[in-house]
Design a protein around this ligand. Structure first.
Ligand code: ZN
Length: 183
């Protein structure tokens, strides 16, 4: 299947065409992102690793346009929605991380962004897939966690969090010192 996101052209050409993409891709279409997810899930026991995460739909609705009337600032705008498999850093269990990105990226070569988010061009041409993939990777949180009220944060589960049973060495030390009552 030919994937139009793989077309390579100068951003100005995409912007002139007002090229838009409404595509339901899969996580598997993004190699680097898949590699990152796979590495994250590798910390889970084999039995608790989620299945089928590579087939999760990536809903892409983006289009190229000119940000200025002089046609000097090509931008890629739109929305990308998907869910990625991840490991919750609080309960160390598998979780689904919703990822929703609103893009408004200036495609430029080291140009001043005028307050815009800039996607640094590597050469004269661009592949939409690369921009979308890098944007998704950058949107991944440094540490994923179940959302408030969900998973390990559900009221029923909060009481069983390992973190609540942590030894508190400094508190214990203070209690000991208080107990000594001086010399
Ligand atoms: Zn959790």
């Amino acid at each position: 299947m030919a994937n139009p996101l793989l077309d390579r052209a100068p951003p100005s050409e995409f912007a002139d065409r007002r090229q838009s993409f409404e595509i339901k891709a899969k996580i598997d279409d993004f190699e680097e992102l898949s590699r990152i997810i796979e590495a994250d899930l590798a910390t889970l026991e084999t039995v608790s690793r989620p299945q089928g995460w590579r087939n999760e739909i990536v809903d892409i609705r983006v289009s190229f346009a000119w940000a200025d009337v002089q046609r000097t600032l090509p931008v890629l705008r739109g929305r990308i929605e998907t869910r990625v498999a991840a490991v919750c850093q609080r309960c160390l269990d598998a979780m689904q991380l919703p990822l929703v990105l609103d893009l408004d990226l200036l495609l430029a070569q080291g140009a001043a962004g005028e307050g815009r988010e800039v996607w640094e061009l590597d050469g004269d041409t661009v592949r939409p897939l690369d921009v979308i993939e890098e944007s998704m990777i950058m949107a991944l949180p440094l540490s994923a966690m179940h959302a408030p009220g969900a998973g390990c944060d559900e009221p029923a589960n909060v009481a069983h969090r390992p973190a609540d049973n942590l030894v508190r060495p400094f508190a214990d030390l203070k209690a000991q010192m208080d107990g000594d009552g001086g010399d």
